[in-house]
Each structure stands twice: as C-alpha cells, then as structure tokens.
Design a protein around this ligand. Structure first.
Ligand SMILES: Nc1nc2c(ncn2[C@@H]2O[C@H](COP(=O)(O)OP(=O)(O)OP(=O)(O)O)[C@@H](O)[C@H]2O)c(=O)[nH]1
Ligand SMILES: [Mg+2]
Length: 347
C-alpha cells in the first residue's frame, strides 16, 4: 500500500490548503476527487477558483502518433530550464488507434519524473459520458490554483470534443507529422482553424517539405480570408471592439506560422517555446486575452450546467434504464418527444 491509500481521507478544506501550499500528494488527491466527481468536488473547485487565472494554458492537439507527448515532454524540459513550473494533463482517448496510451505517456514523459517543478496527470476518456471537457477544465483549474506557470493539455484530435478541449486553451498548437496524409484529415476536423501555431514534428522524416508546403498553402488561404478572430468553440459570439478590429487588419493580427520540430532530439523546441511566449504576449497586448477568457469562462459555465443536467437526467432514469420507455415508444404508445418531456419535467 502506498501513502495515498494509507492516509486518512482529507477534507475539501484540507485539500485546498494542500494544493495552495504546494503539497504534491494532496494535489494528486484533489485531482482524483475532481476526476471522480466526488460529493465535495464542487466545494473544492469553488474554493480553488479565486486562486486561478495566472497560468498560461497551452493546448496541444493533433492526429494520433504525431509525437505530441514527446513534444510536450521536450517543451516542459525547456520551460524548466527557463525556471518555470509546468503542469501537464494528457488525455488518453482509449481508442483502438492508440491503445495503452496511458502507459505510453508514462514512458514517454519519464524524462520528467523526479522533477518537483513538473506535475503530470494522465486521464482516460472512457466512461466520462460527455463530461470530458468539464473534467479536463476542472483539472486545469486545480493545476492553475496550484500555481504552475505553464499548463499543457495534450489531446488527440480525433473528435470534436477532443479538439475543443485544446481550443479552450490560451494558445493552441496543432501537431502534424510528415507522410501521414493528415493534411486532409486536419481540414475535415476543422482542426487548423483552432491553431495558433502549427507544428510539423518528426521533421527528421522523409516528406517533411511536402507537408510543410501543403500546410503553408492552406494557411495562406486562411490568413487571406476576411476572418478577424477565431472563435474557439461555437458556444458564444463575442463582438470585437471596433478599435481592436481595426488593429487586427493591420500588423497587430496574430500570424499563424508552421514550425518544424524533432521532438525526439529537441530540435526546434526553443524556437517553438519562444513562439508560444510571443503568442502569450500578443494575447495581452492586443486585447485578445480578454475575449478568450470570456469564451473560456462561458465554456466552463456551460460545461458545468451540462454535466449537472446529465447527472440529474441519469439519476431520474428508471432502474431498468430506458428500456421500458423505448419499448413503449416502439409500440407507439408514446413518442420520443413526449417521453423526453416527461424525463425533463422539473429538472
Ligand atoms: N523520428 C521521430 N520520431 C518521433 C519524434 N517525436 C516522437 N517520435 C516518436 O513517435 C512515436 C509517437 O510519439 P508520441 O509522443 O507518443 O506521439 P503522440 O502524438 O503523443 O501519440 P498519441 O498520444 O498516442 O496520439 C514514438 O515512438 C516517438 O518516439 C520525432 O521528432 N522524430
Ligand atoms: Mg500522447
């Protein structure tokens, strides 16, 4: 038995104290409590929230196997050399593509083990019942409150949900690799639209120039469009202040560029880190930060409400699940609209 299980169950207040005080064991337990949606998770998050808003949240997404975890590890090491602390959340899609990524992440991020300035958490998506974005956001909240300077969220860009998690970050990296034919997939998933920085990793592999050119061509089309601001998620439209809108037509507009890295040997990592830092400064100076924060908060709020509604609906389902209701609808004794109305009544 390890310490975590031998220790008596700390109260929410005890966990808050631990998280704010830099206790790694209590931080891990706080995250577990949040992940498992335990009874006092909301209380815990409420108490931590006032201490958030300082960390730079960096989303890293892209197709399976493009080298995201390796890249995140290299970036974290680079930040550490710069004296910054790093929290990492790696979402394991538990998909047939990547099976066993949890273990894989641990192996890949092993280089970070033993450094108390880094905290790595892997999360499985299985069984999260659509609450994945909320849970991820909650874990980021805990890490932010714990005072990590940079918080990196790795997701596999396979579905809209996974893409959206990364897009609630301040700075979003989309990672591609040569020779996967991902260019086309990326457009399909709308993944390029959320990129603040495009990375072609595995630049040591053949075909890198072809991938670079393909991406640069697509960016030219994108950057040439009339779009003034990328909306992260489609949940909320925020009006751009007139003065700023004018600025963004000019040189104040963020330019998405493609960067080459070899995460495996660290090539291009310093340049990438510098670019991420430049984006952070741009967010502040251009006023875009306020807009992204507004979107992030609106997303958070909606995710909390959605998760709670989900929970209530599930709690109201009869013990036999929806089987009886489905049978009744099938027999045309009732219809799905009326049945849904009945389920939702008094929510
Ligand atoms: N040649 C080469 N291989 C790399 C590079 N970066 C990562 N890899 C290798 O690519 C494989 C996948 O790397 P990961 O970092 O696990 O990729 P990932 O995108 O996190 O994978 P998933 O999370 O499973 O989607 C590993 O075998 C890495 O060693 C690189 O720059 N060059
Ligand atoms: Mg990974």
């Amino acid at each position: 038995m390890n310490n975590a299980t031998a220790m008596p169950r700390p109260t929410a207040a005890g966990l808050v104290e631990g998280v704010l005080g830099g206790d790694r064991l209590l931080l891990a337990r706080a995250i577990t409590r949040v992940e498992n949606h335990e009874g006092d998770a909301a209380e815990l998050l409420s108490a931590l929230y006032p201490h958030t808003g300082r960390g730079h949240i960096i989303g890293v997404t892209g197709a399976p196997g493009t080298g995201k975890s390796t890249l995140v590890t290299a970036l974290a090491q680079s930040y550490r050399q710069g004296g910054m602390t790093v929290g990492i959340v790696a979402i394991d899609p538990t998909s047939p593509f990547t099976g066993g990524a949890l273990l894989g992440d641990r192996v890949r991020m092993r280089a970070l083990a033993g450094d108390t300035g880094v905290f790595v958490r892997s999360m499985a998506t299985r069984g999260s019942l659509g609450g994945l974005s909320k849970t991820t956001g909650d874990v980021v909240t805990v890490l932010d409150a714990a005072g990590y300077d940079r918080i990196i969220v790795e997701t596999v860009g396979v579905g809209q949900a996974e893409v959206e998690i990364a897009s609630t970050a301040h700075t979003t990296l989309v990672v591609e690799a040569p020779g996967l034919g991902d260019e086309v997939q990326a457009i399909k998933a709308g993944i390029l639209e959320i990129a603040d920085i495009l990375v072609v990793n595995k630049a040591d592999r053949p075909g890198v120039d072809k991938t670079l050119r393909a991406l640069e061509m697509m960016l030219e089309i994108e950057n040439g469009g009339a779009r003034m601001i990328r909306h992260h998620g489609q949940l909320l439209r925020v009006e751009t202040p007139a003065a700023l809108a004018a600025d963004w037509d000019g040189e104040n507009r963020w330019k998405v560029i493609v960067m080459k890295t070899v995460a495996a040997d660290g090539s291009g990592i310093v340049e990438l880190r510098d670019r991420i830092e430049a984006h952070w400064r741009w967010l502040e100076e251009s006023g875009e930060m306020a807009i992204r924060e507004q979107l992030r908060i609106a997303n958070t709020l909606e995710n909390i409400v959605r998760a709670e509604l989900n929970r209530r609906i599930l709690a109201r389902l009869p013990a036999a699940g929806m089987d009886r209701m489905v049978a009744a609808i099938r027999a045309r004794e009732t219809d799905p609209y009326a049945a849904a109305g009945k389920l939702l009544a008094g929510m």
